[in-house]
Design a protein around this ligand. Structure first.
Ligand code: URP
Ligand code: ZN
Ligand code: ZN
Length: 464
């Protein structure tokens, strides 16, 4: 047997096991795992290194218009940042426009991504307008491999759906096998708090967080779980930030309900204190839900260990602080925190931030693989093609050097964002090599690939 690529002697980590082995790759797929004494066109020495399945980031916003701005990372820069961070698959959010079909949005997102993406990619659909006539179109999208639909309980007048609409969308997934992804914050009440704060002259970034209390995330989470229970379908919570919201998820799961949730590194590593940075610096961390008070992240870490939370995605939604490339930035909100475009970059930092938690003994290396690759692959219809390195899987392979250190800084990241939320933070571990379907995109920490290599992924519907 002759292989295209052999990755030799690395410590292979899966969601369940850790063992030393060689990986043999043929035609972009893992063909063998074990001791391989065979020919290969390319041989990569991974001795003393950690070999993991490429990360799957189930939550990115590349080239997304939002709040008067557009995210600074398009599919090329965003996916390049993903590769350097060891992520080989993203699931990005297409946005339906009010009064337009899902098809219209999907075509637009295909145009944004096709031939311009370094990693494989799928799409979720953001549901903005869902009259009854739209329901059948949801089934068609599922058939085309766009199997998840994000609805918002926040952002009234922009994205927010009422409970009846949410219930109808959930109920429709019972037969079509789609999954509803929920942004759970009580947007109506937040709006009142925002107006009150602004009327009192509270305009600084910190007020973004002070007007979005944890209780309003927990309330919306509870309500959405109730709607999913009545509809008799699973539900997935995106960017869960509050320990109180996680408690709602845990209580539902303890009752046997198919409720799932992701959190994001920013809620594990940053806190409300970051809004108190001098001047307008706090705007870097304006996102929804907001960063939570110190102490909250310990609850999320405990939840990750207990499997109350199943996935860590990034919600990569990068805006510059200053306007650039003809795109307005966070400065839009200098006179009102409510005008600061919500979101922050993250796709490049996720794996190393979480690997650092492995090094510190907070989570096991197997749990690390599960929450960054295997679980998102299973929940979003990408398994068994992606999310593991057994024979038959796509050869999305990351070789991580556990003995090197990496310092996060704007100077070395590959996002087009003009700041790094983790500026100056050093972690133990560095991404050395990254293969997407067997193609070397990064070798020795240097770009060797093509930004056109990524392919659209038709995802499978949920198993009944
Ligand atoms: O602040 C955030 N999270 N921006 C992106 C949009 C969303 O709600 O995911
Ligand atoms: Zn959201
Ligand atoms: Zn998001």
């Amino acid at each position: 047997m002759s292989y295209d690529l052999i990755v030799k002697g690395g410590t292979v980590v899966s969601a369940s096991d850790t063992f030393v082995a060689d990986l043999g790759v043929v035609n972009g797929k893992v063909a063998a795992v074990g001791k391989l004494d065979a020919e290969a066109k390319t041989l990569v020495d991974a001795r003393g290194k950690v070999v993991i399945p490429g990360g799957i980031d189930a939550h990115t916003h590349f080239d997304m218009p939002f709040m008067g701005a557009t995210t600074i990372d398009d599919f090329t820069s965003g996916s390049t940042a993903a590769v350097f961070g060891g992520t080989t698959t993203v699931v990005d959010f297409a946005i339906q426009q009010r009064g337009k079909t899902f098809r219209h949005a999907l075509d637009e997102w295909h145009r944004k991504a096709d031939g311009k993406t370094a990693v494989d990619y799928g799409f979720h659909m953001i549901v903005v307008d869902f009259p009854e006539e739209q329901e059948a179109e949801m089934d068609k999208l599922v058939d085309e491999g766009v199997t998840s639909f994000k609805l918002f309980m926040a952002y009234p007048g922009i994205f927010m759906s009422d409970d009846a609409t949410i219930y109808r969308a959930l109920a429709r997934t019972k037969d079509n096998g789609g999954t509803v992804c929920m942004h759970a914050e009580n947007g109506s009440v937040i709006d009142v708090l925002v107006k009150k704060a602004l009327a009192a002259g509270r305009i600084s970034p910190e007020w973004h967080a002070l007007t979005r209390p944890m209780t309003l995330e927990a309330e919306a989470t509870h309500r959405a779980i109730a709607l999913a229970e009545v509809a008799g379908v699973p539900i997935y919570f995106v960017h869960l930030s509050a320990g109180d919201a996680m408690d709602e998820v845990r209580a539902a799961r303890e009752r046997g309900l198919p409720v799932y949730a992701e959190t994001c590194p920013q809620y594990l590593y940053l806190s409300h204190e970051d809004y108190k940075r001098p001047g307008f610096e706090g705007a870097k961390f304006v996102m929804s839900p907001p960063l939570r008070p110190e102490g909250n992240s310990a609850r999320l870490w405990a939840g990750l260990k207990r499997n109350d939370l199943q996935v860590v995605s990034t919600d990569h939604c990068s805006f510059c602080m200053k306007a650039g490339k003809n795109k307005p930035g966070k400065e839009l909100g200098r006179k009102s925190f409510a005008q600061i475009p919500n979101g922050a970059p993250g796709v490049e930092y996720r794996l190393l931030l979480l690997w650092d938690a492995v090094q510190r003994g907070v989570i096991s290396e197997n749990r690390f693989v599960e929450i960054t690759a295997t679980a998102p692959a299973k929940l979003f219809g990408l398994y068994p093609r992606k999310g593991h390195l057994n024979p038959g899987a796509d050869a999305d392979i990351v070789i991580l050097d556990p003995n090197q250190r990496h310092t996060f800084t704007r100077q070395n990241h590959h996002s087009a964002a003009d700041y790094n939320p983790y500026e100056g933070v050093t972690v133990k571990g560095a991404i050395r090599d990254v293969f997407v379907r067997g193609a070397a995109q990064v070798l020795g920490g240097r770009w060797t690939g093509r930004t056109t290599h990524g392919r659209f992924l038709k995802r499978a519907p949920r198993a009944a």
